[in-house]
Design a protein around this ligand. Structure first.
Ligand code: FES
Length: 160
């Protein structure tokens, strides 16, 4: 069942076609195509999954599989900034619970939700490979280390 109302912008189409030419196999461009759409729309709607499958000549299931594998491809709408808090063991032992709780309390949202002003979406994420600087979180593409309930405000205020 196709989702009919999605169309690539001219920019998206051009960027995706450019990506296709980088690889011997169009399939290899799936992640690039997902990132291109997400960079323009913040997230990847269902229609985009089908459109990417069409333009690459692969199955929609293949596109969905790649989107699911990468935990920073969003298949639901997100706010202007995405806070992804590491909940793996290193951060868990160093105060993840307190940090995650304080963010939820400050923003008035639960994990998976977006603030009413569309400013932040809060999500968990697996180990970011910086366990010696736990607790660790990302906001968009930036990683923040040793984040605590005491210094979280100074992190969040960088994102308007
Ligand atoms: Fe959090 Fe590794 S456990 S960065």
């Amino acid at each position: 069942d196709r989702v009919g109302d999605f169309e690539f912008s001219a920019f998206e189409r051009e960027q995706i076609e450019h990506a296709i030419h980088h690889y011997a196999e169009p399939r290899a461009a799936i992640i690039d195509a997902l990132k291109i759409v997400q960079s323009q729309r913040r997230w990847v709607p269902d229609g985009a999954v089908y459109a990417i499958a069409d333009i690459l000549g692969v199955g929609a299931g293949d596109v969905e599989g790649v989107a699911t594998f990468y935990n920073r491809i969003y298949r639901q709408p997100v706010g202007r900034h995405v806070i992804a808090v590491c909940d793996s063991i290193g951060c868990f032992l160093m105060g993840f619970d307190q940090l995650y709780g304080s963010i939820q309390q400050k923003l008035g949202i639960k994990p998976g939700q977006t603030t009413a002003d569309d400013r932040f979406t809060l999500l968990p994420i697996v180990c970011l490979g910086a366990c010696d600087k736990a607790p660790v979180l990302m906001v968009n593409d930036a990683t923040h280390f040793n984040v605590t309930p005491e210094n979280i405000d100074s992190v969040l205020e960088q994102y308007k």
